[in-house]
Design a protein. Structure first.
Length: 410
């Protein structure tokens, strides 16, 4: 498979072409046209980093390395690469991913819910407003759109939203608790064009997961949802989070064993962050020792499964080492979040609003976000875990305020 990457939206690269070809798991690149040594080296390094990885799957379009990225090479990934170059080489930030809240309702009462405390005083976006947001995200260059909630499967018109994300431009996925992920719903989502589902699993022990989710059938829903999604032809990821205790208990190794039995493609491990219902639970936050355990366990899992299943941890993306240095804090860098009420926030863990899509376009609000002093520079470490950032922007939020809280102009 060979794909031609061109860059009409980057003035400095309008006459440059990158030809990307996958030969098995290896990626080969050929650069045609004049470019700086820095750009040449950076491009070669970028694709070489993926060549060292075992793909999760080999699709007709290219190799799939993560559920958060389009296959490589592909025209959808060319959009990802364009936004990445714009951000890192030319210092004109563009998001590669958008998470969009399509419902504020949820059947669960999770102990770690990051959306807890969000305002319900304003109406949720209508289906037409959601469609407008999706189109504006695609126009901005986003190549991965993730539908969130609340619980997004409670949005009866979710398939209409999914259908607006053409595979040639972007991949789409849904973060779900899987309680509503029946056989028929999985099929209808696949038929609408959905690429993957990310199913939340807080514990490999059934009664613990049920307790953490506040629902007696939560664990069974995960099992059934995975089976239904796989039968429908969807890729399946598991989303979990790590606390200091679960890291030291090697909970990730236990989850990985289950996921291997279930046929899961990828596991995402978020850090426990003191936001939402975990706002005051600082004792559960990761320390350096816990992060080292997570990194060691994730490396062991990835070596064992060699691409048949992969683990990605926030502790790695925030490590500042190697390829992870390019990733760092996704918020306002590679990602933008739109709440179900239309507020633009840097990510769904950050209770700060930069405005609302009902009054301004996604592009205008993105520019407002990335030019704000708090987000105008890339950082390799999660801002919501940075004491200085929290002191400046989070701790001053008045108790009882509507969330997300509108961030003041600089």
């Amino acid at each position: 498979m060979k794909t031609i990457y061109q860059f009409p939206d980057i003035p400095e690269m309008r006459h440059l072409t990158v030809i990307v070809e996958n030969r098995g798991r290896k990626l080969r690149t050929k650069i045609e046209g004049r470019c700086s040594p820095k750009l040449w080296l950076w491009t070669k390094w970028y694709f070489a980093a993926f060549s060292q990885m075992h793909p999760l799957a080999e699709e007709p379009d290219g190799n799939l390395y993560s559920l958060y990225l389009p296959p490589i090479p592909s025209q959808a990934h060319a959009r990802t690469f364009t936004s990445t170059l714009s951000s890192h080489i030319f210092k004109r930030p563009l998001p590669i991913a958008a998470t969009i809240g399509v419902s504020e309702d949820c059947q669960y009462h999770c102990v770690h819910c990051s959306a807890a405390g969000r305002s319900r005083s304003r109406p949720v976006l209508s289906i037409e407003q959601l469609k407008k947001v999706i189109r504006e995200c695609l126009d901005l260059g986003v190549a991965n759109i993730t539908f969130t909630g609340g619980e997004p499967l409670l949005q009866k018109e979710l398939e209409e939203c999914v259908a607006l994300v053409p595979g040639r431009l972007a991949t789409s996925q849904v973060f779900t608790n899987a309680l509503e992920l029946t056989e028929s719903r999985a099929r209808s989502l696949k038929e609408a064009g959905l690429h993957a589902v990310q199913i939340s699993l807080d514990s490999p022990v059934a009664h613990e997961h049920n307790q953490l989710r506040g629902h007696p059938n939560a664990f069974r829903a995960v099992q059934e949802g995975i089976r239904n999604a796989l039968q429908a032809g969807l890729y399946v990821g598991i989303s979990t989070y790590a606390t200091k205790k679960t890291a030291h208990d090697h909970r990730l190794l236990q989850i990985a064993r289950l996921c291997s039995e279930w046929g899961v493609h990828e596991i995402t491990v978020f850090d426990a962050i003191n936001t939402g219902r975990m706002k005051e639970q600082n004792g559960q936050l990761l320390d350096m020792a816990a992060r080292k355990v997570l990194l060691t366990d994730s490396k062991a899992i990835n070596r064992k499964f060699r691409g048949k299943m992969r683990v990605a941890t926030q502790s790695w993306t925030n490590s500042g080492k190697g390829f992870a240095r390019m990733i760092g804090c996704l918020a306002g860098h590679m990602q933008i979040h739109i709440t179900s009420q239309g507020d633009i926030t840097p990510c769904d863990f950050t209770p700060l609003s930069f405005g609302n899509v009902t009054t301004q376009s996604v592009r205008e609000l993105w520019q407002k976000l990335v030019t704000h002093p708090a987000y105008s520079k890339h950082t390799t470490y999660c801002r919501m875990q940075d004491p200085e950032f929290r002191k400046a922007y989070i701790e001053h939020i008045p108790e009882g305020s509507d969330l997300p809280f509108y961030i003041h102009e600089p």
